[in-house]
Design a binder for this molecule. Sequence first.
Ligand code: 6PG
Length: 226
Amino acid sequence: MTEDYFETRLEASEAAAKRIAELLANRLENQARASLIVSGGTTPRECMAALAKTRLDWQRVQVALSDERWVPADHEDSNEKLVRDLLLIDKAATAELLPVYEEGVSPEDRCEALQDPLPVLPFSCSLIGMGADGHFASLFPDADQLDIGLDVESGRLYIPVTTAASPHPRISMTLAGISRSDEIALLFFGEEKLDVYRKALASANGYPVARLLRQKRAPVRVFWAP
Ligand code: 6PG
């Protein structure tokens, strides 16, 4: 576990972006394509903006989503829209996005379809945020298939999720998928989430993020600012 604490959210976001770019560049030196997982919500916005300004061979980069709300790609709550608007622009415009949402298909069937073909593995980095209830991706404490979602050996890449915390059905990448990364960048802001993070680190409590912090497959690097 590496912890990097910053004075401002912009500094934390830019440091995370710099690290992600390094990890992608390392992979691109030795293989034809590299991949990256990004989460949604408000936290990654400045990090995505910094990445979009970073010089990299983006046309060889695949971007996968840690989770998605089951809404069309032009909906305000869509993570695909967030990524297209903030990351796949400027220098990163040629990166390839792997969408989760598909019209006319059920989330359950879509999760099956997303098993094949798999993205380029391992991911160079997973950029992950967290909630004050300890969720990450859409692995909420009340998600029905949470056991499968948090099982690093499950063999599943995505699971359907319904949660009282969201008005939309969701699809979440599993910890089995997220942990197939050279590194997990855990970016979060504010004292409340820092407290949750510290509790999750101290004991294997009911916070889903406690399982992310305890898995041994991918090193976790924390980027935090007040
Ligand atoms: C999403 C996420 C989710 C997010 C946290 C934190 O799309 O909702 O991937 O896990 O990272 O809910 O959300 P904020 O960044 O908005 O606080």
